[in-house]
Design a protein around this ligand. Structure first.
Ligand code: S3P
Length: 426
C-alpha cells in the first residue's frame, strides 16, 4: 500500500494513542508464565505485540482478545508446552530477544525466527549471556535467525552487556526468573525500565540499584490486571508534526511518561518546542499523562552519548525536524541505528535526499543542516515502520505531494497512524 501525503500547514484536534509497544510485549510474555488470569487493557494494536501473543499461544497459552482488551490464562513458570513448529516473531526484535530468555528456562527445545528484516539483526548479544547461564543456542552464522534454543537448568550470573539495550537486559532478567540464585545485570547506560516495573507488578523478587538490576530465580509470578499507557514513541510523530506546522494545537491523551523514556520531551522542550504535560497519573508503576503540543520554532541541537541511547527509536523523526530547525541536528554515538528494522542511518539519508534535504552520515550518526525545505517526492518505507511514519510527517511540511511506498509498514507499531494524522488536518 502506498500512501499519498499532501502538504498541510495546520494541525488541530485530539488523539488517543494505542498502547505502548515495549510495555505490551512484556505484559504479554510475563502474563503467560504467571499463575492465573491476567487482564490487560489498551494492549498495543501493533503487529509486533500480536507476534508476541501468537508465540505465547503456540506455546500452549489460551489468550482471549476483545479489541485492545486481552485476557491471558497464565499457566505458571513451568506451564508452557513445547511447540513442534517454528515460533514466528514476525518483524519484532523485542519478541525474539526477550522471549529467548524465557525459552532458555524451559525443559524443551524451541525454534524461533521472523521476517527478512529480523534475519539481518544480531542475536549474539542475547546468545552470549544465555549460554553463560547454561542454555544451548544455535544460530545461523553464530548470530542470526533461526535460533534453536535448548532450554534447561539455568544458573544466575552477573552480566554487563557491551551495548546499552533494554532488550538484552530484559532477556537476561527473564531467564533469571528460571535460574538458580540471583541474576544481575549491570547496564553501561540505564535503559528503559519497563521490565523491572512489569516484573514487580507480577510479584517477582527484583531489586534495582541505579544501573544494577537483580532478580531472584524460582519465585512464581502471579496474574494481575494492568493498563498499558499510550506509546510515547508513537506520540513522537505527532509532537514533531505539530512543532513543524505553521499552526498547530494537538492534545495527545494518556501517553506513557516513564522517565526512562521521556528524554524525548526534555530534548524537544529544551530546544524550543511548546509542549505542556498535563494531568499526570500513575498505575501499576507506569506513569502517564496528556501532552498539549503547539507549533514552535525549533532550534535543533546535538544528540550523543546516553541521550542517543534514550532517543534511539525517535531519531528518524527527529532527523526530519532537524532539517526544518534553525540550527540543524547532529546525532552521534547512535551506531545501534544501523541494526534496527533497517539500517536507519542509510534509510533516513536516502529518503531525505529524495526530498531535497542535505544530510551527511557517519558510522554512528548523521548531521542535518537546518533551515531546509522539503520537496514532495516518492520515498520508501523500506519495510520499516518508523521510517514510513517519519517521512509521512516530512510530507506534511513538503512543497508538493509525497508518496510513501509500502506505507503499511507503520502497522508494526501503529496501524491507526495515517487515519489519526488525517483527522488532525484542518
Ligand atoms: C526496546 C528497546 C530498544 C528499542 C526497541 C524496543 C524494548 O531496543 O529500540 O524499539 O522494548 O526494550 P534495544 O534494546 O535493542 O536498544
Amino acid at each position: 500500500m502506498d500512501v499519498r501525503i499532501s502538504p498541510s500547514s495546520a494541525l488541530t484536534g485530539a488523539v488517543r494513542l494505542p498502547g505502548d509497544k515495549s510495555i505490551s510485549h512484556r505484559y504479554g510474555m510475563l502474563s503467560a508464565i504467571a499463575e492465573g488470569v491476567t487482564k490487560l487493557h489498551n494492549y498495543s494494536t501493533g503487529a509486533d505485540c500480536h507476534s508476541t501473543l501468537a508465540c505465547m499461544s503456540s506455546l500452549g497459552i489460551v489468550i482471549e482478545k476483545d479489541g485492545t482488551e486481552i485476557t491471558v490464562h497464565g499457566k505458571g513458570l513451568h506451564g508452557l508446552k513445547e511447540y513442534a513448529g517454528t515460533l514466528d516473531a514476525g518483524n519484532s526484535g523485542s519478541t525474539i530477544r526477550m522471549l529467548s530468555g524465557i525459552l532458555a528456562g524451559q525443559h524443551f527445545t524451541s525454534r524461533i525466527e521472523g521476517d527478512e528484516s529480523l534475519a539481518r539483526r544480531p542475536m549474539a548479544r542475547i546468545m552470549k549471556p544465555l549460554a553463560e547461564m547454561g542454555a544451548v543456542i544455535e544460530a545461523r552464522d553464530g548470530s542470526y535467525t533461526p535460533l534453536v534454543i535448548k532450554g534447561g537448568k539455568l544458573k544466575g550470573i552477573t552480566y554487563t552487556p557491551p551495548v546499552a539495550s533494554a532488550q538484552v537486559k530484559s532477556c537476561v532478567l527473564f531467564a533469571g526468573i528460571y535460574a538458580d540464585g540471583v541474576t544481575t545485570v549491570n547496564e553501561p547506560i540505564k535503559t528503559r525500565d519497563h521490565s523491572e516495573i512489569a516484573l514487580e507488578s507480577f510479584g517477582a523478587e527484583i531489586q534495582v540499584m541505579g544501573k544494577q538490576v537483580s532478580i531472584t530465580g524460582g519465585r512464581p509470578l502471579i496474574g494481575c490486571e494492568l493498563s498499558v499507557p499510550g506509546d510515547l514513541s508513537s506520540a513522537a510523530f505527532f509532537l514533531v508534526a505539530a512543532t513543524m506546522a505553521k499552526k498547530a494545537r494537538v492534545l495527545i491523551s494518556g501517553v506513557g511518561l516513564n522517565p526512562s523514556r521521556s528524554a524525548l520531551l526534555d530534548f524537544l522542550a529544551s530546544n524550543g518546542a511548546k509542549i505542556k504535560i498535563q494531568d499526570i497519573r500513575s498505575g501499576s508503576g507506569e506513569i502517564s499523562g496528556d501532552l498539549l503540543v503547539e507549533n514552535a520554532d525549533f532550534q535543533g541541537g546535538v544528540i550523543d552519548r546516553a541521550m542517543a541511547a534514550a532517543l534511539i527509536d525517535e531519531l528518524p523523526v527527529l532527523a526530519v525536524l532537524g532539517a526544518a530547525s534553525a540550527n540543524g541536528l547532529t546525532v552521534r554515538d547512535a551506531s545501534e541505528l544501523r541494526v534496527k528494522e533497517t539500517d536507519r542511518i542509510a534509510t533516513v539519508a536516502e529518503n531525505m535526499r529524495r526530498m531535497g534535504i542535505e544530510i551527511s552520515t557517519f558510522e554512528d550518526g548523521f548531521h542535518v543542516p537546518g533551515k531546509q525545505k522539503f520537496k514532495g517526492a516518492e520515498v520508501e518505507s523500506f519495510g520499516d515502520h518508523r521510517i514510513a511514519m517519519a517521512f509521512a510527517v516530512a510530507g506534511l511540511a513538503a512543497g508538493g505531494e509525497t508518496l510513501v511506498k509500502e506505507a503499511e509498514a507503520a502497522s508494526v507499531s501503529f496501524p491507526e497512524f495515517y487515519d489519526m494524522l488525517n483527522n488532525l488536518r484542518s
